[in-house]
Design a binder for this molecule. Structure first.
Ligand SMILES: [Zn+2]
Length: 511
């Protein structure tokens, strides 16, 4: 589809900055090229579209900024629905790309499109894809980026690096671990210099990136990275001005490992990052479930942020991130949907609701985490995390036209009492009607415009044959490590580490 030169969204209730969050005023929004050109005044005359402009009749629609999922991995998009009731490290044993080995180009394309398709259909216009390239080469990278360019989503892409291959829980495995299990849990150490050189070569080769693609940097996690690797990423971030996303304190094993390996930093992963120069306003910590109040204060002071992934944190038995404490401390919070194999959907309506409900259910008193905080996390918070808050996340003239129209005739919105609360507590994604990225309509009446979904389903069916066969082989190959991992996990669960983040206080197993 050609890019419309001009497009007028007529008569939508528009979530503009400073609007009544419950009953936003009805406005016209004019999009020219990839940006918002004008917004009508609620009491003023309607906007007059330029000749030839497309008109979208948005009566009974809520217009809001496209949602930003600030934590996602596309590599396992085809593993949706495979797993449940697994602690993190057991799940990792089945889902991490290193265990799956090289995939075909057709499969990489299919999985990339699938994740993006689900995001767009759910009103997510920007994702941060933290991707482990297997193999780490230009062909794999280009296959992913070209699929994203085709479907029209905005992507902040990072190549996840780690040079310490062991599962996070490895230091806590029983000493009598079998050679077979040890080989699965361990792995070959990486070469930080070569990895950093690869990433920098890509930054140079693909500069500027095509429209809607942006770079970020990712050490997979500080606990999976040597100091050399972390310092190298801090240096790249500084020199190229790029945002950094990394997994911090997602699991209890990561907390225990930090206490053990970061003695020089008082056992704190956050202090370790700060000392290395990796805790800056460009940094976003994914998860931060097992973070202390003192570390939260340090994050706030540094200007770094957190991306909260409530769906994945619950499904992988990691518990509840202390979002109310983060808000009190002034930490900026974004939201993510994380992997398809551990949240099983790319749906920020679910994540927004979960963020609000978990904060509510963690405290018998009013804790001050409101629906507006969830909406902010899914829009401006995400835009800030990916370093694009001057471009997206807000409906204002001059901003990129990454927009979402929700159908207020859907039962979720009847009767219409509060845009903010119904967005968080009632909308499921069913009301997503029209989605624009860069001024281009990529979803119209709930259907993708740039990809033929029936043709895509055929492509998917073809690659799934190999996925099914490899999955069937993976299960027995990884099986010897499961019992020892569960054993280590149970011992860690029983250990007092000074923090308890499980919902319900961990009714079984400790205290
Ligand atoms: Zn993640």
């Amino acid at each position: 589809m050609p890019i419309a030169p001009a497009l007028l969204i007529r008569g939508a209730r528009a979530f503009t900055p400073g609007c009544d969050p419950h009953r936003p005023a009805v406005r016209d929004v004019l999009v020219v090229g990839d940006r918002i050109a004008a917004i009508s005044d609620p009491d003023g005359p309607p906007l007059v579209p330029p000749p030839g402009a497309e008109i979208i009749d948005a009566r009974d629609r809520l217009l809001m900024p496209g949602l930003v999922s600030a934590h996602y991995h596309s590599y396992d998009a085809l593993l949706k629905g495979r797993f449940e009731d697994m602690p993190f490290d057991v799940w990792a044993l089945h889902s991490q790309p290193a265990y799956w080995g090289r995939r075909s180009k057709a499969e990489i394309r299919a999985r990339t499109l699938l994740g993006a398709m689900e995001c767009l259909r759910n009103g997510i216009t920007t994702i941060q894809d933290m991707n482990s390239l297997v193999p780490q080469d230009e062909e794999t990278l280009d296959t992913i980026l070209s699929a994203y360019a085709e479907i029209g989503i905005r992507v902040v892409f990072s190549i996840a690096l780690r040079d310490l291959p062991d599962l996070d829980i490895a230091p806590f495995m029983a000493p009598d671990l079998s050679v077979e299990a040890a080989a699965i849990i361990g792995g070959k150490p990486g070469d930080p210099a070569a990895d950093l050189a690869f990433v920098e070569a890509q930054l140079k080769r693909l500069r500027p990136l095509p429209a809607r693609l942006h770079w970020a940097l990712s050490p997979s996690g500080p606990q999976r990275s040597s100091t050399a690797l972390l310092e190298g990423i801090a240096d790249l971030s500084e020199r190229y001005g790029l945002p950094v996303f990394t997994h911090v304190y997602e699991t209890r094993a990561q907390l225990a490992k930090a206490r053990r390996i970061y003695g020089a930093d008082g056992g704190s992963m956050v202090r370790h990052m700060a000392r290395i120069g990796l805790l800056t306003p460009r940094t976003t910590l994914a998860h931060a479930v097992h973070i202390t109040e003192e570390e939260i204060a340090l994050v706030a002071e540094s200007g770094a942020g957190v991306v909260h992934n409530p769906l994945a944190n619950l499904k992988l038995k990691n518990g509840v991130a202390p979002v109310a404490a983060m808000k009190r401390a002034g930490v900026r919070v974004a939201l993510g949907c994380d992997n398809n194999s551990c949240s099983d959907c790319q749906n920020l309506f679910q994540a927004m609701k979960m963020m609000s409900l978990l904060a509510a259910g963690s405290d018998a008193e009013p804790a001050g985490v409101l629906a507006c905080d969830a909406v902010e996390a899914a829009t401006t918070g995400g835009a800030r995390a990916v370093g694009l808050d001057a471009e997206i996340g807000t409906i204002a003239p001059g901003m990129k036209a990454d927009l979402l129209l929700l159908d207020l005739r859907d039962p979720a919105w009847l009767p219409f009492t509060s845009a903010t609360r119904q967005l968080v507590f009632s909308e499921t994604g069913r009301g997503v009607d029209t989605v624009l990225v860069d001024g281009r309509v990529v979803v119209r009446h709930g259907r993708l415009t740039l990809l033929d979904e029936a043709t895509y389903r055929g492509e998917l069916a073809e690659v799934m044959e190999q996925v099914e066969a490899d999955f069937a082989r993976l299960l027995p190959r990884q099986a010897p490590a499961i019992a020892p991992l569960l054993d280590a996990n149970a011992r860690l669960a029983a250990q007092d580490l000074g923090l308890d983040r499980l919902a319900g206080g961990g009714l079984r197993g400790r205290r």
